[in-house]
Design a protein around this ligand. Sequence first.
Ligand code: ASP
Length: 337
Amino acid sequence: MKNILMIGTGGTIASQISGDALSPQLSPDELLALVPAISKLCRVECVSLFNVDSTSMTPAHWVKITQCVKDNYDKYDGFVISHGTDTMAYTAAALSYMIRGSKKPVILTGAQKPIGFDSTDSKINLLDAFTCACSDDMCGVNIVFNGRVILGTRARKTRSKSYAAFSSINYPYIATLQDGVLMQYIKPESSERPEFFTELDTNVGLIKMIPGMDFELLQFLAERKDAVIIEAFGVGGLPSYGDDKFLEIVINAIGKGKVIIMTTQVQNEGSDLAVYNVGHRLKGWRNVLEAYDMTTESALAKIMCILGQTRDSDEIRRAFYEPVAHDILYHCGEQNE
Ligand code: ASP
C-alpha cells in the first residue's frame, strides 16, 4: 500500500455553517473519516496546515504548502491537498513552479458543496484525488475535480456554482476518472528529484483593460510593482486614445527594470501581439513579455517565482519562455531571440 500525506488547508470541502454562512471547520482527519473507501486504497497521514476560505489565501500560504511537501517528500509516495476552489487555480499554478518536476503526484482537490451536505461533490472528489495520488503514472501538480485531472499550470475556475468548476485552458485534460477508474491520456514530464523554490517576489500586479480605461490606473501599478501583467483585449495590444500614454508608461517602467507581461482577457487560444499594430509596437522591448497560451494564473505565479530568483533581464526572459509543466506551448521561438 502506498503512503499518502493529506494536507488540509480549508475551503468549502471542510466547511460547515457557522452563524449565517459557511466557513472551514473540519480537519483533514474528519474529512477522511467520512470517505472510508480511501483507507482501502492507501495509508494516509494528515497534517492540517491552516483552515481558511481560499479567498483569504496569500503567496505566504503557497510557501507553507511547498515547505510541507518538501519536508515530507521522501516519506510519502504522494500528496493530496484539500483546498478551497476560489483560488485553487492560483495555488495549483504556484505549486507547479515551486515544486518543479516532481515524479510523485501532488494533487489538489476541493468541492463546491461541503462534505456534510446531503448532496455533495466532496466525497467523490476526495476519493478521486487519492486514486490519482496512488497512481504510478501520475506525477507533478494537478487539480482533480469532477472526474477530471487538470495540469496545475492549465487550470482555471470557470464555474462558480456547478460541480464542473474547473476547466483546462489551452491544454487537454490529462486524465479522467469514472467509478474510481483512472483513464490517463497524458503523462506529464518529471525528473528524478524535484526542485523546490520558496523565494517569491510577490510585488506583482495585474490589470484588466476596459474600453476607455484611465491610463493612470496602469501608471499607479507600474510605479509600485516590480512586474505588471496587462490583460488586454483579443490577441493583445495597448490602446491609443489620441495619444500614446499607455505605451509611454510601459516604456518608462521597463526603463526602470520592471517587467510588463502582456496577456489577453480572452480565456481560450492566447495572445499574439505581432498581429495588430496596437500590439506589434510592443515587440522587441526586452522587458515586455508575452504570455501566449499561458493562463493568467500561471503567468502571475511564474513571474513571482522568476523574480524571486533573478533580476537579470536576459535570465528573466529566458526563464519566462522556458516551458515548465507544459505551461506554454506557443512561444514563436522567443527564447532563441
Ligand atoms: N469560498 C470557498 C473557498 O474557496 C469556495 C470553495 O471552496 O468552493 O474556500
